[in-house]
Design a protein around this ligand. Structure first.
Ligand code: GDP
Ligand code: IMO
Ligand code: MG
Length: 421
């Protein structure tokens, strides 16, 4: 029986999606990205090598696996070409197992300019965007002004580009009169379009539906995380796409009736990059210790990630919104060496206890349950029966609180450091 599964982040991104998609890709014929763009940074470690993918799906390292950049993704052709070049210099031939939707929208140099101007204008209220042009590109998409991959094959592409660029410059100059597009960047943009044209650009929705009809399996790879979703995240401190399970259908052109498992991935603690509320954030040495042990620095921008305890109220919300069938807990090894571990099990707001995520997270005070930590190094473990009892207690507590089984525990960045329960 053909099945289409989704793997997505349940927190504020960087949960370890790239690692797990790479591990699981051997069970799928296709891996498909359905939203986001080069704001994502998905890290994969194997055979002593490390890759960070931004737009290309994490199944690319398995030749027999087809990889689809779906219609819901936004593509910066310059960064896309860099990713292709990096893979080629490592000995891969991504053109063989990569397909790009003709409907995916393009990030223009002027979208990035708009992103920067918008952040600057917001001042202290800035989102902390990755400045990759994501927000302005999705704005043009829903505003029905965007340019798509299919447009680069049309004779009037240059005219369409110039028209949109001038529109952007008008807006940018209302915020920053001196703003200009760097001619080198514009040149790079046009030369990178040749790379895009040389790749398999097609109506990927037909390909994906045929794959399903043939009985083959698809894994939809999410980017960002549920709390960055434009509908259900900590708005306005979110990204501009649907990072949640529903986004997979819209971003790939597949029916909800075909979705089987929804695998939700979370870190054993919580991190966030950029601005916005984060109730369980630790601004003390415990937060510092998690950042150091977990090497919590952004894969895309290198920014230090904010760190804190696991928030089970938020996790329950993410499980509900996505209909998660399987939980996967990442970076358990990072929590080794803490005497006690705290888990947020409710919020306090205006003296009343909340078990639900309110619209505005900035007003809540987290309430914690405490569980004993473990001192064991987990990074050499390969089997579930090696899990120390305190970690097992931590796992069972989360399973009970979320009424959802944890099917995988990750104990390091490598492919082998993965325990299936
Ligand atoms: P993604 O955006 O969800 O794919 O996650 P990122 O790649 O941005 O960040 C996850 C980071 O944690 C990467 O550097 C991974 O190599 C690393 N990582 C993944 N799983 C584990 C784990 O179980 N333990 C440790 N220590 N690191 C991990
Ligand atoms: P992956 O796929 C973590 C955050 C940014 C910022 C907000 C909006 O690697 O998990 P944007 O550039 O989208 O306008 O930024 O969202 N953000 C991420 N944080 N991981 C990501 O992707 C992110 N993509 C965007 O830091 O706060
Ligand atoms: Mg990341």
């Amino acid at each position: 029986m053909s099945h289409t599964d989704i793997l997505l982040g349940l927190q504020w991104g960087d949960e370890g999606k790239g690692k797990i998609v790479d591990v699981l890709s051997q069970n799928y014929n296709v891996v498909a990205r359905f939203q986001g763009g080069p704001n994502a940074g998905h890290t994969i470690h194997f055979d002593g090598k490390k890759f960070v993918l931004h737009t290309i799906p994490s199944g690319i390292f398995r030749e027999e696996c087809q990889n689809v950049v779906g219609n819901g993704v936004v593509i910066d052709p310059v960064r896309f070409e860099q990713e292709i070049t990096n893979l080629r210099s490592a000995g891969y031939q991504p053109e063989r197992n990569l397909r790009i939707s003709l409907r995916a929208h393009l990030i223009l140099p002027s979208h990035r300019l708009l992103d920067a101007a918008s952040e600057k204008a917001k001042g202290k209220e800035k989102i902390g965007s990755t400045l990759r042009g994501i927000g302005p590109t999705y704005m043009d998409k829903t505003g029905r002004n965007g340019l798509r991959v299919g447009d680069v094959f049309q004779a009037d592409f240059d005219q369409k580009y110039q028209r949109l660029k001038l529109k952007h410059l008008d807006i940018v100059r209302s915020l920053d009169p001196s703003a200009q597009i760097d001619p080198i960047e514009e040149n790079d943009f046009f030369s990178s379009l040749d790379n895009l044209r040389s790749l398999k650009c097609e109506n990927t929705e037909y390909f994906l539906n045929q794959i399903q009809t043939q009985g083959e399996n698809i894994l939809a790879e999410g980017a960002q995380g549920t709390l960055l979703d434009v509908e259900f995240g900590t708005y306005p401190f979110v990204t501009s796409s649907n990072t949640t399970a529903a986004g997979a259908c819209a971003g790939l052109g597949i029916s909800p009736r075909r979705i089987n498992k929804v695998m939700g991935i979370f870190k054993a603690y919580t991190t966030r990059v950029g601005s916005g509320p984060f109730p369980t954030e630790l601004l003390d040495e415990t937060g510092q210790k998690i950042r150091e042990q977990g090497a919590e620095f952004g894969s895309t921008t290198g920014r230090p990630r904010r760190c804190g305890w696991l928030d089970l109220v938020a996790l329950n919300y993410a499980v509900m919104i996505n209909g998660v069938t399987d939980l996967m807990m990442m970076k358990s090894d990072v929590l080794s060496g803490f005497d006690d571990l705290q888990l947020c099990t409710s919020y306090l707001q205006n003296n009343s206890s909340l078990s639900e995520l309110p619209m505005d997270l900035a007003q809540v005070v987290p309430q914690y349950d405490t569980l004993p930590g473990w001192n064991t190094d987990l990074t050499n473990m390969t089997k579930a029966n090696q899990i120390p009892p305190q970690l097992l207690g931590y796992i069972r507590f989360i399973e009970q609180f979320t009424s959802t089984p944890i099917s995988l525990v990750s104990v390091g960045p490598g492919r082998q450091q993965t325990l299936f329960l």
